[in-house]
Design a binder for this molecule. Structure first.
Ligand code: TMP
Ligand code: ASP
Length: 239
């Protein structure tokens, strides 16, 4: 399957058409942004890691009965996926307090919740991805109630699979962001990526951050952190 014209360029990926109207190729870049694109940088090798990590995790989701857009890895940075229209919601699941949850509610990071939380934000950089609830999403025509219920069910199911897998790797899954897409047939599927860009991953023993917060917070050691989580994933994948 070959790349045809570029359809879209996002902050971390490009999307290309193929000869099949129902399939597109995503190509992962090393570009990193934070603060709604205001802060820009490069994380060398990130595109390769995020592509390969996402694909392995998407395959696990499929195995667990969660439909995804994943079709086939084509190369280090390129993957064939089903063409979807992205539901403009960022779906965030949290197992521990961190990031915006901690700052918004004035609590410390690292509080373990009795059960996972879910929140939605409107995927719109110009508006700084404002938080919104299901009623708002329906009012704005972003998704139907049935779609939102399905998205919630899938998001918690992703959390169950992902949390257990990362625990086996000695990594605490703190929180993560998912995006869903709708196929031409109207099926809701998990899309986008699952990577250290979109998850908070802490070393289970030391609490060391092994994710994009090292870039967001100028902590250094960004490339090493991505390589470390990928190494741990590969050591436990295929079990
Ligand atoms: P937050 O605490 O900043 O709301 O982030 C929650 C999770 O979502 C965290 O794992 C990082 C991820 N995330 C993204 O993938 N993209 C974004 O634009 C933001 C703000 C967060
Ligand atoms: N990806 C987001 C941006 O560039 C932010 C983030 O991941 O923190 O704005």
């Amino acid at each position: 399957m070959e790349k045809r014209e570029q359809l879209y360029e996002g902050k971390a990926k490009k999307v290309y058409a193929t000869d099949d109207p129902e399939l597109v190729i995503v190509s992962y870049k090393d570009d990193a942004t934070a603060l709604d694109g205001l802060k820009k940088g490069t994380i060398v090798g990130k595109g390769v890691i995020n592509n390969q990590m996402t694909n392995r995790l998407m395959a696990r989701m499929e195995k667990a009965g969660i439909p995804t857009h994943f079709v086939k890895e084509l190369s280090e940075r390129d993957t064939l996926v089903r063409r979807v229209s992205i539901v403009p919601l960022e779906v965030i699941i949290r197992n521990l307090s961190a990031g915006h949850f901690a700052s918004r509610y004035g609590v410390e990071e690292g509080i373990v919740f009795p059960e996972p939380t879910i929140e939605f934000s409107y995927k719109n950089d110009d508006l700084h991805d404002p938080l919104l609830n299901a009623y708002h999403a329906v009012a704005l025509g972003l998704a139907s109630w049935q779609e939102i219920e399905l998205i919630k069910k899938y998001a918690f199911a992703v959390n169950d699979v992902l949390k257990a897998f990362w625990a086996d790797c000695g990594v605490t899954l703190v929180d993560f962001k998912l995006e869903f897409g709708k196929t031409a047939q109207g099926q809701i599927v998990l899309a986008d990526e699952i990577s250290p860009d979109t998850c908070r991953l802490w070393d289970a023993k030391t609490g060391e951050k092994l994710d994009k917060d090292r870039f967001r917070r100028d902590m250094g050691g960004v490339e090493d952190a991505y390589a470390e989580v990928m190494r741990r994933l590969l050591a436990h994948d295929g079990e």
